[in-house]
Design a protein around this ligand. Sequence first.
Ligand code: CA
Length: 225
Amino acid sequence: MKVLLVEDEPTLARQLQRALQQVGYAVDAVADGRRAWEQGGVEPYDAIVLDLGLPRLDGLTVLQRWRDEGVRTPVLILTARDAWHEKVAGIDAGADDYLAKPFHLEELLARLRALIRRSHGVVQPVLRCGALALDTRTQRLTVAGQPVELTAQELRVLSYLMHRAGEVVGRAELTEHIYGADAEPDSNTVEVFIARLRRKLPAGAIETLRGLGYRLQPAGSGDAP
Ligand code: CA
């Protein structure tokens, strides 16, 4: 899952970026509205955290432009404390949720998880696919109830596939959602992570559709492929 973080206050931006990365997101951070508008319009983010008070272009205008241009990415806005009119204006402009500053990091992370789940039509915090269960709150995977250790990269790949369980996900799409915009991943790296994941998951859980991509099987079959 990839998140765009738009915050011009350097200390808060650093804290948020670190926290988001620690729980497994690929994060692109920008500090002004114009760059946010440009970047949010071209990169396929799973969610955007948008401060409203920004230099060069204010957050509300950025949000309105995205929505006018058809950008449907879930957006969580950060508003000034007690500025209820900002919340109203933000929601009217197309924000999916808001948080008033100062906020607890845990609340931001919980709201972000919920936004991403809902954008994929999932309402439960634990994603399930056959024998697999991924708790989006703790980033822990169990297979048939047994915990399975994953590296951060394996987790990003599996988390994206689990949000899209049963659907075909192309390799390029998968790559876009697990790396930040300035990363230059080798085109084979996704295949490497998929291969490592397969060793940890029931046989046949990740199906390869030649030329199309990968599909996590909702049946989570234990059958040999
Ligand atoms: Ca600000």
